[in-house]
Design a protein around this ligand. Structure first.
Ligand SMILES: Nc1ncnc2c1ncn2[C@@H]1O[C@H](COP(=O)(O)OP(=O)(O)O[C@H]2O[C@H](CO)[C@@H](O)[C@H](O)[C@H]2O)[C@@H](O)[C@H]1O
Length: 211
């Protein structure tokens, strides 16, 4: 995963995943102009293996996180991957995916758990937490959060994603996740912190009562 090479940043090339545009409007008679980077909606699942007392997390290289670590003056031409190693862009996240098919969010969540974490779970195991907005200024897309408790018996593959995805599954003891999250600098999205604290407040029963 750390083997990143030949990195270049180009002008935006349209994809099916992101749509940049500008919205112009008047509010209280004042003309406004705002840049929007429309994204697809998605799902996020907090996967807790109660047999092992671990959270099933995914580690992956995120280009946008990597780019944010590189000063603008160093973004021209080939990026110096010695000066800016891949680790800067490797995040720890909950299992998540885009709503890329016309199916109920529960079904999409179930498939993401199987593809990324390797657990085959019945739909009845999925507990819907709620639907929230991602970044409100730039994307406005929504994420639907689920909680899913799994056991060792439900594991059918190693996980790690499908097609060209490079994803590492990390099954981390809850106390370790909490220590990671308590660092001042956490290479995880805000939705990770929300999911973790939702889990601690609503589901987790510490075995030694010492969180
Ligand atoms: N901008 C992009 N450009 C090119 N290819 C792209 C792309 N975004 C996704 N893809 C590709 O689409 C495929 C499927 O992605 P996934 O559904 O697994 O979503 P991902 O885990 O990236 O999280 C996604 O969905 C979750 C849940 O909404 C969000 O939290 C997270 O930010 C979001 O990336 C992958 O092969 C991925 O590389």
């Amino acid at each position: 995963m750390e083997n990143i090479a030949d990195v270049y940043v180009t002008d935006y090339i349209p994809t099916i995943y992101t749509t940049p545009c500008t919205m112009r409007y008047t509010q209280n008679g004042k003309t406004m102009e705002k840049g929007i980077f429309a994204e697809r909606n998605g799902v996020l699942i907090i996967v807790y293996n109660k047999t092992q007392n671990v959270l099933s997390l995914v580690r992956q290289f995120r280009p946008s996180v990597y780019l944010s670590c590189i000063p603008v003056e160093d973004r021209k031409g080939k990026i110096d991957t010695v000066k800016y190693p891949a680790g800067l862009g490797i995040t720890l996240e909950f299992c998540a995916g885009l709503e890329d098919k016309n199916a109920p969010t529960e079904q999409i969540a179930r498939e993401e758990i199987l593809e990324e974490c390797g657990y085959d779970v019945p739909l009845t195991r999925l507990e819907k937490i709620g639907t929230f907005k991602n970044l409100t200024e730039t994307t406005g897309a929504r994420s639907t959060f689920f909680y899913c408790e799994v056991t060792d018996e439900m594991r059918v593959t190693k996980g790690g994603g499908v097609d060209d995805e490079i994803i590492e599954v990390i099954e981390m003891p809850v106390e370790e996740v909490l220590n990671y999250a308590r660092n001042g600098y956490v290479n995880s999205p805000v939705n990770f912190m929300y999911g973790l604290y939702w889990f601690l407040c609503n589901k987790y029963k510490p075995r030694n009562q010492q969180l």
